[in-house]
Design a protein around this ligand. Sequence first.
Ligand code: FNR
Length: 350
Amino acid sequence: MPKQPLDWQRKNEHIFLSEKFYQESNSEFNQLQILAKSIPDTSTSQINIQFQWQDQLPIMSAPIYINAMTGGAPQVTEVNSQLSKVAKALNIPLAVGSMSNYLRYPQEMIIKNSYQIVRQNNPHGLLFANVSAQTPWAKAQQAVDLIQADFLQVHLNAAQEIVMSEGEVDFNWSQNLQTIIQNVNVPVIIKEVGCGMTSQTVQHLQDLGATIIDISGRGGTNFVQIENERNHSLDYSFLNDWGLTTLESLIDIEPQNLPITILASGGIRTPLDAIKCLILGAKAVGIAAPVLHSLKHQGLQQTIINGQKWLQQFTDLMTLLGCHNLQQLSQINYRFKGDLWSFYQQKYCT
Ligand code: FNR
């Protein structure tokens, strides 16, 4: 197993570098201005923010999930263990990080444990497995089975692979994505890893059979930046702004007009950011680096308390908007400012 130490090391480096580049806020969200109500005609006790991903699945506290981060190395087992405790305490779903290391070394107990711990800690919680786009469908099913996942995330990370010195640069993915969607026995979420998606990509994925898509846009964790820091032979910093931001993706895609489920992630740092994504038509919102950041600096108990406060503030915002349930968010009016307004104009006003 010659590559194993390198595969392990990468997992640690991703966590270290995401923290190194971590930013507490994402100013792009200021460019979406909600037209607030002065008379909301409701109270916090009348608000329901619960969210059910699909019939038969348990009802979650909110349309929020902890997005894919880690697994596949002994040093990150404790991180996954803590993430699953946060997810359980808040009653929200958790996605594990890429399960490629498990699929590469399926007999290695130490690798298996780093993923299985999330199911052991949360036997009835909602879990997402995570594989790369070139994973053969039977292997993707194996990843789902290992943690009895309720959904499978398949990540699209072309820019990351280009910048990684050890990246896999064959991006002939379409056929395989279709095969995964058709054969795996749980619903599949196709996701980006922080470069966003255009309406064209979303249409292409729909043509392949995708029904749930996480556009994971730019604005938060930036894998071009992270891999560029790891790559000591070539400088790709000119790609730092590759792709679309989370809000640009949502504007381009217009989720409210699509027959499929759009999820938003990438740079969501406050409950207000999350609400804005839902107003633009996302059905749920994923958060990754902020949870790691909180665990590192404040520990498990405080991270759970921070999460509870977050959900409380989310409810407060719904009250302020006069929305009794999540569906009513689609009726909220808003305006775009600055760069977002010119992005919108170029798409819809020419
Ligand atoms: C990630 N992300 C990620 N995504 C994925 O599909 N598979 C993976 O293995 C990983 N690994 C990973 C490691 C670390 C340390 C971080 C912080 C993130 C990407 C993640 O799911 C999400 O799409 C982006 O991080 C954007 O969200 P945030 O971090 O800005 O909230």
